[in-house]
Design a binder for this molecule. Structure first.
Ligand SMILES: C[S@@+](CC[C@H](N)C(=O)[O-])C[C@H]1O[C@@H](n2cnc3c(N)ncnc32)[C@H](O)[C@@H]1O
Length: 273
C-alpha cells in the first residue's frame, strides 16, 4: 500500500543527518554546477527557491554563491528548521510548508528552483514534477537531485521488514515507497511533458567508504529510516533498527571497511520561454 504524504518531518534528526555532512553535501555542490550562471550576469540577480532545504546550511551557500537577490527556503520539518538561524542571510527567508502546497502559491515566481535530496519524499513524480516546474518563470531553470539507490539492499530490506509483524500492524500496512524513476524516464518526461529542449540528466555513483557494513545503518538512520522513526513507537523502532542491522550484515557480510555505493540522479532543465 502506498501512502500519499511520504514525509511528515518529525522523524528528522539534524545531528544524525550531519554525521555524513561531507558525503551528503557533495551532490548539492555537483547539482549547483548544472545551474547556468550567465542568467545572473545577464540581468538582475536571481530569485531562487530551495525545496526541502533542511537546516538551510547548504541553502546559505547557494544563495551567496549565486549572488541571489532573494532565496526562499522551504521545508516541512520544524525539527530541521529549528536549526536554521545560523544560516539566515540577507535576502533569504525560511518557510515551514509542504512543497506541493507551496507550488500553488508561487506560480512562475522563481528564476531557479533548486532541490537537493528532498523530492524523493514526494510520491508520484508524474504529478510532482509539473508542479515544481510551475514555480519557475518562463525561460527560468530548475535543478533537482534525487537518490536512486533502490537497487541496493540497504534501500530494499526496510520495506521487507515493514511488511512483517509486528511492524505491519503498527504501520497500518504502509511501507516507505521509493517513487524515483530511471534517468531515461526523467529525460523523456522533461522533454515530452515539460517542454525542456534544454536539459541535462546525469546518473552519478557516489563512493562512500564506510568503516564497516554497520556504518550503513548510521547513514540510513539519517534519511530513509526517518519515515519509520516517525511512525513507530520508540520501543518498536529500536527493534526495527536491530532487525535491519541483522539482515544487512547477514546479506552484505560483516566487512570492515565496507565500500558503500550510492547512486543519485541529477537533472537540470530550462522551462520554455
Ligand atoms: C535529506 S534532507 C535534504 C536537506 C537539504 N536539501 C540538503 O541537501 O542537505 C530532505 C529534506 O526534505 C524535507 N521534505 C521532505 N518532504 C517534504 C515536503 N513534502 N515538503 C517540504 N519539505 C519536505 C525534509 O523535511 C528534509 O528536511
Amino acid at each position: 500500500m502506498v501512502e500519499q504524504s511520504a514525509s511528515r518531518g518529525s522523524g528528522w534528526q539534524p545531528a544524525q543527518y550531519a554525521q555524513f555532512r561531507d558525503e551528503r553535501s557533495r551532490p548539492f555542490y555537483d547539482l549547483a554546477t548544472l545551474v547556468e550562471r550567465h542568467d545572473v550576469a545577464a540581468g538582475p540577480a536571481m530569485r531562487v527557491a530551495d525545496l526541502g532545504c533542511g537546516t538551510g546550511e547548504l541553502t546559505a551557500w547557494l544563495h551567496e554563491e549565486l549572488g541571489a537577490r532573494e532565496t526562499v527556503a522551504i521545508d516541512s520539518s520544524s525539527v530541521m528548521l529549528a536549526e536554521s538561524a545560523p544560516y539566515m542571510r540577507p535576502g533569504m527567508r525560511f518557510e515551514q510548508a509542504d512543497i506541493m502546497e507551496e507550488a500553488g502559491r508561487y506560480q512562475g515566481a522563481f528564476d531557479l528552483v533548486f532541490s537537493n535530496a528532498a523530492l524523493q519524499w514526494i510520491l508520484d513524480h508524474e504529478t510532482m514534477l509539473p508542479r515544481v516546474a510551475s514555480m519557475v518563470r518562463p525561460g527560468g531553470q530548475f535543478a533537482i537531485q534525487v537518490p536512486n539507490n533502490g537497487a541496493h539492499f540497504s534501500h530494499q530490506v526496510h520495506a521487507t521488514i515493514a511488511r512483517e509483524e509486528p511492524y505491519a500492524s503498527a504501520l497500518g500496512g504502509l511501507v516507505r515507497e521509493d517513487p524515483v524513476e530511471s534517468p531515461e524516464w526523467y529525460a523523456t518526461f522533461l522533454h515530452d511533458r515539460l517542454g525542456c529542449t534544454e536539459q541535462r540528466v546525469r546518473l552519478e555513483v557516489y563512493a562512500h567508504p564506510m568503516q564497516s557494513t554497520r556504518g550503513i545503518v548510521e547513514w540510513v538512520k539519517g534519511s530513509v529510516l526517518t519515515w519509520y522513526r516517525e511512525r513507530l513507537s520508540a520501543e518498536l523502532y529500536a527493534r526495527f533498527l536491530a532487525e535491519y542491522e541483522r539482515r544487512l550484515v547477514e546479506r552484505l557480510g560483516d566487512r570492515s571497511p565496507y565500500f558503500y555505493t550510492f547512486s543519485r540522479i541529477l537533472m537540470w532543465g530550462r522551462v520554455p520561454a
